[in-house]
Write a protein that binds this ligand. Structure first.
Ligand SMILES: Nc1ncnc2c1ncn2[C@@H]1O[C@H](COP(=O)(O)OP(=O)(O)OP(=O)(O)O)[C@@H](O)[C@H]1O
Ligand SMILES: [Mg+2]
Length: 330
C-alpha cells in the first residue's frame, strides 16, 4: 500500500505484504484491590489471544460486553500494555514501548471511540480538535489537512470555529472521524463507533467509514457487539468471548457457518441493522429507497447551518451519492 506521510519525518515504507497488525498470545490481567481486608479481584480480560490483520482489510472484532474488545484495541493502539504476549503494528513491535517510541505508532494508527462527547474536549473549537494530533506530530499544512478532513467527513470547514455541543451525535462522530483521519493514518480503529447513534444515523456513519477506508487505503479495525454491523462493513471477523478468541475468518463464512455455539448465539441475539433500518423506514411512513442514503435522507434532522458546502466531486460525496446526511443532521 502507498503510505502518504505529509510530515517532515516520514515513516519509512515497509514491505507491502506485511500484515497491518499481528497479535501473538496476548493476555491482559487486571488486578483490582478492594481494600486491606478483602481479596483482590482478578480479571483476565484477554487470555492468549492471537490474530493477524492483513493490510487493507476491514477487520471486525465482535463479542458481548466485557469480552475484551476495548482492552485488545487499547493494547494494539499502545494505550495499554499486555501482561504477556506481543503486538506488532506494521512490522514494529509496540509492546512495552512508551513516550517517543510510540510517536511512530501514533502516526500510523488512530482510534475513534464510541462516545464522541466524551472524546471531544467541550472547551475546544472544532478546528483545534481536528488540528491537535497534526500539531502534536509537527506536521506542516495543518489548516489544509483540517479542511480536507472535515470535507471528507461531509462537514463544511466553516464549522471550525464552533464547539462540540453545537452539533448532533452523528455530526460529533463525523468530527471524531475527521480528527482521526487528518494525520493520514494507515490503520483506523473504530471501537463501537456507531453504537450510541440512532439507527439511520448509524447507517450513514458506517457508509462514511467504508468510503474513507477505501479512499485512504486504510486498514480498518472495526469493533462492535453487533455481528450484523460487522457483516456490513468487514471482510474478516474475529469473535471474542470472555477474553478468548473463539473463531475467526471471512465474515460471510462466519456469518453463514458459525463454528462456535457462542457465535451462533451472537447471531441469534443481536438486533440486526437491516431489521432496524426496515423498522425505521416503516416508522417514516415507508419513505426512503432501498439504499442507506435514501433512509438517511428521509429522516436526517437539524440540517440547517452545517451544510457540507464541499466542491462538486469531493470524494466522500461521490460514493455517498446524494447522501444528504453527509454534512448535515446525522
Ligand atoms: N482498567 C480496568 N481495570 C479493571 N478491569 C478492567 C479494566 N478495563 C477493563 N476491565 C475488565 O476487563 C473485561 C473486558 O473489558 P473490555 O472493556 O475490554 O470489554 P468490551 O468487550 O470492550 O466490553 P463492551 O462491549 O462493554 O465495551 C471486563 O470484565 C472489564 O470489567
Ligand atoms: Mg468496549
Amino acid at each position: 500500500m502507498t503510505v502518504t506521510t505529509a510530515g517532515p519525518d516520514p515513516v519509512p515504507d515497509r514491505a507491502a505484504g506485511e500484515p497491518a497488525v499481528v497479535v501473538e498470545s496476548v493476555s491482559r490481567r487486571f488486578v483490582r484491590r478492594r481494600g486491606p481486608f478483602r481479596p483482590a479481584r482478578v480479571v483476565d480480560a484477554l487470555d492468549g489471544v492471537s490474530l493477524t490483520v492483513p493490510r487493507g482489510a476491514r477487520f471486525g472484532i465482535v463479542g458481548e460486553s466485557g469480552s475484551g474488545k476495548t482492552t485488545l484495541m487499547k493494547i494494539i493502539a499502545g494505550l495499554d500494555a499486555p501482561t504477556s504476549g506481543r503486538v506488532t503494528v506494521a512490522g514494529t513491535d509496540v509492546t512495552g514501548r512508551s513516550g517517543r517510541q510510540l510517536d511512530d505508532l501514533r502516526r500510523r494508527l488512530q482510534v475513534v471511540f464510541q462516545d464522541p462527547m466524551g472524546s471531544l474536549d467541550p472547551r475546544m473549537r472544532i478546528g483545534q480538535i481536528v488540528a491537535e494530533p497534526l500539531q502534536a506530530q509537527g506536521r506542516p499544512g495543518v489548516r489544509e489537512a483540517v479542511d480536507r478532513a472535515l470535507r471528507q467527513v461531509g462537514l463544511d470547514p466553516a464549522i471550525a470555529g464552533r464547539y462540540p455541543h453545537q452539533f448532533s451525535g452523528g455530526q460529533r462522530q463525523r468530527i471524531s472521524i475527521a480528527r482521526a483521519v487528518a494525520p493520514d493514518p494507515e490503520i483506523l480503529i473504530a471501537d463501537e463507533a456507531v453504537s450510541a447513534l440512532d439507527v439511520t444515523v448509524r447507517a450513514t456513519i458506517l457508509e462514511l467509514l467504508e468510503t474513507i477506508a477505501a479512499e485512504r487505503s486504510l486498514t480498518l479495525i472495526f469493533v462492535s457487539h453487533d455481528l450484523s454491523v460487522i457483516r456490513r462493513v468487514c471482510d474478516r471477523v474475529a469473535v471474542l468471548r470472555a477474553g478468548h478468541l473463539v473463531e475467526a475468518g471471512p465474515t460471510e463464512q462466519v456469518w453463514s457457518h458459525p463454528q462456535d455455539a457462542y457465535t451462533r448465539g451472537l447471531l441469534a441475539a443481536v438486533p440486526t441493522l437491516d431489521r432496524a433500518l426496515a423498522a425505521a423506514r416503516q416508522r417514516a411512513g415507508g419513505a426512503g429507497g432501498t439504499g442507506v442514503a435514501g433512509v438517511a435522507g428521509g429522516t436526517a434532522p437539524g440540517r440547517a447551518g452545517v451544510a457540507a458546502g464541499e466542491p462538486a466531486g469531493a470524494p466522500a460525496r461521490q460514493r455517498a451519492g446524494g447522501d444528504p446526511g453527509a454534512g448535515s443532521g446525522s
